[in-house]
Design a protein around this ligand. Structure first.
Ligand code: SAH
Ligand code: SF4
Ligand code: F3S
Length: 470
């Protein structure tokens, strides 16, 4: 048994090893005929981890089902970012408990970021004894072994490491989408924003070698993929831990030369977004003019308390530079309201920045105190009612700009990557623009994965309507 430990999780360990995934031959197909149900919470990194989990489960013989009542193994890949992500996962565990009362040999597992939390693992050991296994974000690749042990021993197997594990290449992957792929470029985060649990759940910043990333993308191109999203909690830090003069800019240039039609990257911290990056995005047509630039707050007082390392002024300077230099760029953001100490004046400063930036998309959250983070110790003097009211005011404002920006596109011709037929609108296809806007459009004789030109005919807050350009 290995339990999470925050003292270890805070340390940055430079001595991890780089290894290749290697599965014990005896496990291959061992559980064939058995079914698994996997539920994923959280960010794109977790979604991508689930693509690895699927492939590993299928290697040992399991087959996927979307009906958990009809499965032999249920697994939750969890997220710790806010309280409600926790509540959802624990709610699901409650349902599994009932199911297990009827189905005694059901195997229940939990992995992902919540597994790295001391309080969560304590709770599972005390009150969720029916959970068979827990493993963390640093030993995902050990899944076949951990599951096999849990099944054979029939005791609660907890294997969580708080130190960064080895950086493992060649973990099998079964991707959800045949045309768009996630590619990890850097793991972990060293920024330690005061409210955020990620540096504890995902460990220190560790970049993958450029050769491994480029090899993966070249395979994707051969397989007919049209888009890659380079993933990291803070992609701008790419390369700094392993190279002298090779960072995200250089990587983007090399990825661009693979001729994959569309390249995205997420998430960028405003603090180390270089001018070179801006030039590259405007120079290479296959680097998408779509940037996620989390603001969090427009008040310098709150930004300082959050440990964000930039001011409102430097954020706006960067924002304006992007808008000026990258033709038709779309910028999206994340904003937290109700951080401890945020008063009406601070909140209004956030609204002012939103009014200036008129974002194309924004993810807005009420601050949620997280276990072991510095902000959780700050006195929270904002009432829930006030927080909810601020969120509402903020949402009304951001939504207004989404619609305004979308309306500007009516009559324009845009390139769309077709994802398939719309489930909601009969005879419509759907796909995304270069700027990552959803378009529902009419067309004949096209198929999933086609890059097509579409004329925009109507604009809504969260989507556009259009027709194929002929
Ligand atoms: N690495 C990314 C953020 C990943 S988490 C970045 O720095 O941009 C995604 C978003 O969740 C954050 O941008 C933040 O807005 C929000 N978030 C993180 N911790 C939170 C907390 N404790 N309460 C509320 N929102 C939080
Ligand atoms: Fe969290 Fe900040 Fe790291 Fe983003 S940059 S993952 S908000 S600590
Ligand atoms: Fe959640 Fe972990 Fe991602 S906390 S947002 S799943 S890094």
């Amino acid at each position: 048994m290995n339990l999470p430990d925050y003292k270890e999780a805070r340390k940055r360990n430079k001595n991890y090893k780089r290894i290749d995934y290697n599965i014990d031959k005896n496990y291959i197909g061992k559980y064939s005929g058995k079914k698994y149900f996997l539920k994923t919470y959280g960010c794109q990194m977790n979604e991508h981890d689930s693509e690895n989990i699927r492939a590993m489960l299928e290697q040992i013989g399991f087959e996927e089902t979307d009906d958990y009542t009809n499965s032999d193994l249920v697994l939750l890949n969890t997220c710790s970012i806010r309280e409600n992500a926790h509540n959802k996962a624990f709610g699901m565990l409650g349902r599994f408990k009932h199911l297990k009362e009827e189905k005694k040999d059901l195997i229940v597992g939990l992995c992902g970021c919540m597994a790295q939390e001391v309080g969560v693992v304590d709770e599972i050991m005390k009150n969720y004894k029916f959970v068979n296994f827990v493993f963390g974000t640093h030993n995902l690749y050990r899944l076949p072994d951990i599951i096999d042990k849990a099944i054979i021993k029939n005791s609660q197997e907890i294997e969580v490491y708080s130190k960064e594990g080895d950086l493992v290449e060649d973990i099998p992957v079964r991707r959800e989408n045949n045309y768009k792929a996630y590619v990890n470029i850097i793991y972990g985060c060293d920024k330690f924003c005061t409210y955020c649990i990620v540096p504890f759940t995902r460990g220190g910043e560790r970049s993958r070698k450029k050769e491994d990333i480029l090899k993966e993308i070249e395979y994707l191109v051969k397989d007919g993929y049209k888009e890659v999203t380079l993933l990291g909690q803070n992609v701008n830090a790419y390369g700094k831990d392993i190279y002298e003069n090779y960072g995200l800019g250089e990587l983007l240039e090399d990825v661009s030369k693979t001729n994959i039609p569309r390249i995205r990257f997420t998430t960028s911290h405003p603090w180390d977004f270089s001018d070179k990056m801006i030039d590259l995005i405007s120079k290479y047509p296959n680097i998408m003019p779509s940037i996620h630039l989390p603001l969090q707050s427009g008040s310098n007082k709150i930004l300082k308390l959050m440990g964000r390392r930039y001011s409102k002024e430097s954020y706006l300077e960067l924002f304006d530079k992007m808008k000026k230099k990258i033709p038709k760029v779309a910028i999206s953001t994340d904003i937290i309201v109700g951080f401890p100490g945020e008063d009406e004046k601070d909140f209004n400063e956030t609204l002012d920045v939103v009014k200036h930036c008129k974002y194309d998309n924004a993810f807005t959250f009420i601050y949620s105190p997280r276990e072991n983070t510095p902000a959780a110790k700050l006195k929270d003097n904002v009432s829930l009612k006030e927080k909810e009211e601020r969120l509402q005011r903020l949402n009304n404002l951001v939504n207004k700009y989404f619609l305004e920006n979308n309306k500007k596109l009516v009559g324009e011709k845009v390139e769309v990557l077709t994802e398939g037929k719309s489930a909601k609108k009969k005879d419509y296809y759907y796909g995304y623009t270069k700027t990552n806007k959803l378009v529902n459009f009419t067309a004949n004789d096209i198929k999933e994965g086609d890059l097509v030109d579409v004329i925009i005919t109507d604009a809504k807050t969260w989507s556009l309507d259009g027709k194929l350009f002929k």
